[in-house]
Structure formats: C-alpha cells, structure tokens
Design a protein around this ligand. Structure first.
Ligand code: FRU
Length: 326
C-alpha cells in the first residue's frame, strides 16, 4: 500500500523512512536560537507535520507534496497528524511533537489565534517551526510559507471589474474568517473593486466548505433576483454556488459568473475547462518548499522568515496553455 493511502486510512501517525528516531548525532549543536540542529547532511531528522484537516482535496495535495519532497531525502522521518478541522486537536498535536522532541515542526494551522501559543511553546523548547498557508499571530515562528492572499483577492476584484464591465451585484462566499486567508482574500477583493460600481449584495462565512457555500448560495438566490457574479474564496465554494444555482432550476447558472481560488487540476482548473467557473486563481500548497526549507533550517543555513508564493490566473482562454502568472 502506498504511504499516502496509509495516511488517509489511518488518520494517525505515518512514519516515513520507517527508521526509529535517530540517536543524537555527535555533531548536533545548539544554535543561538536554542534550536537543536543537525550539521551533517545525511544525519537522521524527524519532522512532525500537523495538517488542520484532510477532508479537502487541496490539503490532501499539500500532504502529497510534502511526502514526495520528503521521499527524496531518506534521512527524513515524517510523522503526520490530521487535526480533522479541530483547533483543540491541533493544539495537542503540536504539544505532543514537543514532548516527542521532534527536530522540526511543520504546521498548517486551522485558525491563527488558538495555534499561536502552541507554536510559541515549540519555539521556546528549541524546536524550529515552519507555518504553512494560514498564519498565526505575532512573529514567533521560524519561517512562514504561503501565497499572498491580499494580492489574490485584489486580482479577483480587478478581474471581476473587467468581467462585469465595472458594474454589478455580487455574492461573496468567504472562507473561515478566523483564518488569515479568509480575512486577506476579503480585504484584497474590496481593494480590487474600489472605484467601480460593483456591490456586494450578499456575503457569508462558508468556512471553506462546499456544503456551506451551497446552502448560503441557495438563500442568496432566494432573496436576490439579480446576481451577476459569485466570488468563492476557494474553488469548492465557487463550485457549491454553481451547484445551488443549477438546482434552483431557472437557468441562472448560465448568466451568473463564478470565480474561485486554488486551481487544483482536478477541481478549479477542471471547472474552468468544463465552463462552470469563469476563472480560478492558483493558490500553491507550498508543501515542497516546506521540506526544502526544513532541511536548510536543520543544517543551520539561512532561510527567509517569510516566503511568498506566486499565483496564476486560469480562464477558458488560457487554461490549455497552463494559465498566466500574475
Ligand atoms: C483548504 C483550503 C483551501 C484554501 C486554503 C486556505 O482547507 O480551504 O481551499 O485555499 O484552505 O487556507
């Protein structure tokens, strides 16, 4: 059985490399941050990964990207945990990693506030932490890797202004607003539509979940006879909105423009190809970057504190050539 399948089936620990946690190498040093670091390439390292949930394809893809990058480095033992969308579970996972004395923690937090303290505790224990995709509060972490959600939101807004000729009534189906991508995608969008006659006539926190977006869109449709476009903070939300409109049975899905974010080949990009979405904006998982930077941190090499990943726009006109970088 492939390790990825194991991850999905067990939702518990998956040990990568199968070797027990290495003995402390002779040349392990304590650096000025207090971090235990392994100076020799090839020395065994244990990385704890806490993923906020594995119920969404984008997150499964992030774990796959991390696993594939880790496989290229046999010295890595990867311990994976799925917090099943519960901040309390994720707090315990980070604290367990601290007790286990892993060499480094990678966390993709569900929400910023509840995960801030556990990450600080890891740092206090001398364990470097890479925060992926959603931010925590403050700056007590080793490295943050993720897309620029304000920029993506702004690009969505500018695209919508063009698409609607500067005027229209819009529904915004937001991501979890206690997570930074939700806040930033909203803020950026308002910036992008500034000065136009685009009005947000209905908005709801759909927590990144397709069923929630479908339900909220149903109520938007029933209260708003005129809707020109839907901004889903992720592709599942945009897709849920499309489905709700189709189910309404009035053919409005042919008139309303749907826009999403993520651009997984099997989700957003496919929806654009199939004509369901007008556009999707790419949100890279950063999984591969996390492993590459983890190794640098463990070798005491310098890494940027904040690593910003780029985005691409996919529409029906450019989807076959792989979209355009923004
Ligand atoms: C998956 C997801 C993505 C979104 C990201 C934001 O959990 O909702 O769809 O882009 O998280 O953190």
């Amino acid at each position: 059985m492939r390790p990825k399948m194991l991850t999905l089936l067990l939702t518990g620990a998956v040990l990568w490399g199968c070797s027990p946690k290495a003995e402390t190498p002779a040349d392990t040093k304590t650096g000025d941050t207090g971090a235990k670091t392994t100076a020799t390439t090839g020395a065994k390292v244990t990385i704890g990964l806490s993923q906020c949930n594995l119920g969404e394809p984008w997150r499964v893809q992030m774990n796959t990207d991390i696993e594939e990058a880790a496989k290229r480095h046999p010295e890595i033992t990867l311990i994976e945990r799925d917090a099943q969308n519960k901040s309390e579970t994720q707090q315990s996972q980070v604290r367990e990693f601290i007790q286990q004395k892993v060499d480094l923690i990678i966390i993709s937090p569900k929400e910023s506030r509840p995960l801030t303290r556990p990450v600080e505790e890891a740092m206090d224990a001398g364990i470097p932490v890479i925060v992926l995709d959603r931010k925590i509060e403050g700056d007590k972490y080793t490295c943050f890797i993720g897309g620029d959600n304000v920029k993506i939101g702004t690009e969505v807004g500018k695209y919508m202004v063009k698409l609607l000729g500067g005027k229209g009534d819009v529904v915004e189906l937001k991501g979890l607003m206690t997570s930074t991508p939700g806040q930033d995608r909203h803020k950026g969008f308002l910036e992008g539509i500034k000065g136009s006659q685009i009005k947000v006539v209905f908005e709801a926190d759909c927590k990144w979940l397709e069923p929630d977006a479908q339900r909220e869109m149903k109520s938007a449709l029933s209260t708003h006879p005129q809707i020109d476009a839907v901004y889903g903070h992720n592709d599942p939300s945009a897709h849920g909105a499309y489905k709700a409109t189709e189910q309404e049975g009035k053919g409005r899905e042919k008139l309303i423009k749907f826009i999403g974010i993520d651009s997984l080949p099997t989700e957003g990009v496919k929806y654009v190809k199939d004509g369901l979405l007008s556009a999707t904006f790419q949100y890279p998982t950063g999984g591969g970057d996390a492993i590459e930077n983890a190794l640098k941190i463990l070798k005491k090499e310098k890494v940027e504190k904040n690593i910003t990943l780029g985005t691409r726009l996919f529409t029906k006109d450019n989807v076959d050539k792989g979209g355009d970088a923004l």
